[in-house]
Write a protein that binds this ligand. Structure first.
Ligand SMILES: Cc1cc2nc3c(=O)[nH]c(=O)nc-3n(C[C@H](O)[C@H](O)[C@H](O)COP(=O)(O)OP(=O)(O)OC[C@H]3O[C@@H](n4cnc5c(N)ncnc54)[C@H](O)[C@@H]3O)c2cc1C
Length: 316
């Protein structure tokens, strides 16, 4: 059985269901979705894409708290015994999965960007390693379940209809040492992981003031501004804007890489974009290897020309 754990029904759940369905077909396994959270879950939206959806719902689960979630998930996993267990590499997945792996005395590969299974049912867990310079494929041959968290937006498989059964599992009430007091949502200016167009800037823009043209372009197309780590390190933008291995993974319809060299760590975060437009004055820059449209030109003046064209079009 392949299991997926999440605390909400969101795009990450559907993404993992799509990929897990592909793996399950390959090894003839059942696909089971563990949903843990508050009572108000739109189960009907998702249940048909798993063989079995196991609900761990409680009004006490409205706010995430590690210990009660962990104990209930451990119980459910021991009961249903999936051989593979996946969760999105979100704050939830990144927090709960290592703790769960420790309790189940098994391994965990964090932040995978690709998954496959071999004929023996081993999960092939691929992720960047050694500073992103190599892609390592890791297996867990001696322990079960084989656990992995998966970077959001790594796959584009659509989930398919399966048996669609639903079971509600009993919740063990745990005396939680934490008390929920209040929550403040952090406002972030960078919605790069949601935007359909991302205009990303690199050191080729030369100075912070020049990035204003990228912001103008992003605003005109209702997009967002991304950045390389070098630009974030130089404090041109906050870390919310960083695309790549140690930033966010984005999958927009159009990704414009302006003055970006295309280091492997950057490419790891944008290579699943639908159309990549690269602007770099060096025709040998590695970014051109992943570009659909390549412009060998100055990044600032090219962005300026695009903005002007769009402005002229608006005026007509
Ligand atoms: C563990 C680790 C994690 C990392 N994580 C990330 C990450 O998440 N995201 C990330 O982006 N990086 C990450 N990096 C850093 C990465 O290796 C690169 O250093 C970084 O991406 C380079 O940023 P850049 O392309 O802006 O700068 P540079 O590499 O300096 O490239 C600038 C580019 O601009 C071009 N250029 C110069 N002038 C112009 C001009 N006038 N017009 C057009 N083009 C011009 C140059 O030809 C060059 O290709 C990580 C590194 C490590 C070791």
């Amino acid at each position: 059985m392949i299991g997926i754990i999440n605390n909400r029904i969101d795009e990450n759940t559907f993404e993992l269901l799509g990929k897990a369905n592909q793996l399950a077909q390959k090894i003839q396994a059942d696909l089971c979705l563990f949903i843990i959270g508050s009572m108000n879950m739109e189960i009907d939206k998702v249940k048909d894409y798993a063989d079995l959806t196991i609900l761990l719902l409680s009004e006490k689960f409205e706010h995430f708290s590690v210990y009660p979630f962990l104990i209930n998930l451990e119980r459910a996993v021991r009961k249903y015994k999936p051989s593979i267990l996946l969760s999105p590499a979100t704050t939830f997945g990144r927090t709960i999965m290592p703790a769960l792996a420790a309790r189940l005395a098994t391994g965990l590969t964090a932040d995978c960007t690709d998954l496959d299974v071999d004929e023996k049912g081993n999960l092939l867990q691929t992720r960047p390693a050694i500073g992103g310079n190599v892609m390592a494929t890791i297996i867990t041959p001696n322990h079960r379940p084989q656990m992995a968290t998966v970077r959001p937006r790594s796959f584009s498989f659509q989930p398919e209809k399966r048996k669609g059964m639903v079971e509600r599992d009993e919740i063990v009430k745990i005396e939680d040492g934490c008390e929920f007091i209040s929550m403040e949502k952090r406002e972030t200016s960078a919605q790069i992981d949601q935007a359909q167009v991302v205009v990303s800037v690199g050191k080729g823009l030369r100075r912070k003031e020049n990035t204003e043209i990228a912001e103008r372009l992003a605003k005109m197309v209702n997009g967002a501004v991304g950045a390389t780590r070098s630009v974030v390190d130089a404090k041109w933008f906050s870390h919310d804007h960083q695309v790549g291995l140690s930033g966010k993974t984005v999958k927009p319809k159009i990704y414009i890489a302006a003055g970006i060299s295309g280091a492997v760590q950057h490419i790891a975060g944008m290579q699943t974009s639908e159309i990549v437009v690269a602007i770099n004055k060096d025709k040998y820059a590695p970014i051109f290897k992943v570009a659909d449209i390549g412009l060998v030109s100055d990044a600032y003046s090219t962005l300026e020309q695009i903005v002007k064209l769009l402005e002229d079009e608006k005026d007509e």
